[in-house]
Structures are given as C-alpha cells and as structure tokens.
Ligand binder design. Structure first.
Ligand code: PMT
Length: 223
C-alpha cells in the first residue's frame, strides 16, 4: 500500500495537449496523450492528496476520485488553473501547451482556394510562468520537453519561470516523452542538483516526482 504521504494536500495537475482552433473544424495541437499527467494524478490520489486534473483533450479514461476540469485551448487552461490557484498547495504542469495560436479564428470553414495560405499566429500566455510569478509558498513543478540542449533549456525554464523543480525529458529519445508509456527524465532543482533517472514507466516516474515534491513541501513547511 502507498502510504498516505500527501494526505490533505491540494494538488493541481495539468495534462494533455491544448487545441488552438483555426476554424470550426481545424486546430493546431501536438502529440501529447495525457499519459504523464494522468499518471501523476492517479499516484497523488493514491497518496491521499485532493487532486484536480485540468486536462486537454485525450483518449484516456478519467481517473476516479479526482476533480476533472476539461479544457480545450491554452487560454481555457490558463483560466482553469488561475481560478483554482488560491486553493492549491502544489501545481504540476505536465501539459503540452501550444506556444502559439491562430491570430484569428475563422467563424466558418476556411475554403480551399489559393495555392498558398498564410496562417498568422500569436503567442499564448505562459501559464507556468504566471503561476511561478505568484506562487508564494506553493510547490510549483514544470516539465521541459526538449529535442536538444536538454539541461541548458530546462535550466532556463527553472529560473525563468520561477519554479521549484523541472522534469526535463528529451523527447527525441526512444521511450521518452510524447505518447509512450515510459519516460526518461532528469529532475532539476533550484540548488543546481540534477537527478538523472533511468527509463521507467510513467506510473513509476509519477511516484518519484511526488516523492521529491513531498520533500520540497516539507522544506517550505507545507507538508
Ligand atoms: O502526455 P504524454 O503523451 O504522456 O507526454 C508527456 C509530455 C511529453 C507532454 C510531458 O512529459 C511534458 O514534457 N510536458 C511538457 C510539454 C511542454 O509543453 O514543454 P515546454 O518545454 O514547451 O513547456 C515548459 C513548461 O511550461 C511545461 O510545464 C508547460 O506545461 C508549461 N507551459 C508552456 C507553454 C505555455 N504557454 N504555458 C505553459 O504553462
């Protein structure tokens, strides 16, 4: 049995992709399946936490016993997270949020015509950076999905977004990242520590991430 090491903790997890609509039938998105975030949600629940899962569209079965908030776009995910931040102790952002969205969403289907079509994009808000800026004594954990310069890019996210830990995954490695059951992660902490983990199931990785979060929460007097 998993000890109820997170009993009473209010944990908000984001998972899955976001969809940024082009018109009523098309969108920009990514290959996130939600498996990583859902695994964390399930494990946090097993450990006794009060879990909220803000999820982009996925094909996964919703975990039992947790509060699920389905969203579509990055803007919807942002609103769902910020509205709940006040009553949250731990935020874990495993979602793959689209960095850009179409500047204009066409009200009707975009019809085929010209041989080239230019889609203008504008930046989405960075939810993790917003949460980091107002985190107070919450524990805030982000992910970094990289295909090169893993540690350098993840370190930038750790400090730039003011988070306590980054789970860095090199998504170009086989058995890591998007839409697989395993992951290969490095955990980066503010004190410069980098913990290299071997390839493991996302369920097992979820447990390691939550162990480290429990330690971080204890250090902040939030455990
Ligand atoms: O869902 P799976 O198929 O299981 O795949 C898991 C995963 C690869 C999606 C997961 O392990 C992962 O790496 N998630 C983060 C993906 C990502 O968007 O990384 P990023 O490096 O672009 O973003 C860094 C962090 O900022 C992330 O915590 C992200 O949630 C957050 N972010 C990014 C952009 C944005 N506009 N707002 C954000 O909050």
């Amino acid at each position: 049995l998993t000890p109820k090491s997170m009993a009473g903790r209010r944990v908000l997890i984001t998972a899955g992709p976001t969809r940024e609509e082009i018109d009523p039938i098309r969108y920009i998105s990514n290959y996130s399946s939600g498996k990583m975030g859902y695994a964390i949600a399930r494990e946090a629940r097993l450990r006794g936490a009060q879990v909220t899962l803000v999820t982009g569209p996925t094909a996964l079965t919703l975990p039992c016993g947790i509060d699920v908030v389905p969203v579509n776009s990055a803007e919807e995910m942002r609103r769902a997270v910020l509205e709940r931040l006040e009553r949250t102790d731990v935020v874990i952002k495993a979602a793959a949020v689209a960095d850009y969205r179409p500047k204009v969403r066409a009200a009707a289907k975009v019809k085929k015509g010209a041989s080239e079509l230019v889609l203008e994009l504008e930046k989405n808000p960075d939810i993790l950076a917003e949460v980091g800026a107002m985190k107070g004594d919450r524990v805030v954990v982000g992910f970094a999905a990289e295909t090169h310069d893993l540690i350098a890019n993840a370190t930038k996210k750790l400090t730039g977004k003011n988070v306590d830990m980054i789970v860095a995954n090199d998504v170009s490695q086989e058995g890591a990242g998007f839409n697989v059951d395993t992951n290969i992660a490095k955990l980066l902490l503010r004190d410069g520590t980098v913990e290299e983990l071997p390839k493991m199931g996302k369920d097992e990785l979820a447990g390691v991430i939550l162990d480290r979060i429990t330690t971080l929460a204890e250090a902040k007097g939030r455990a």
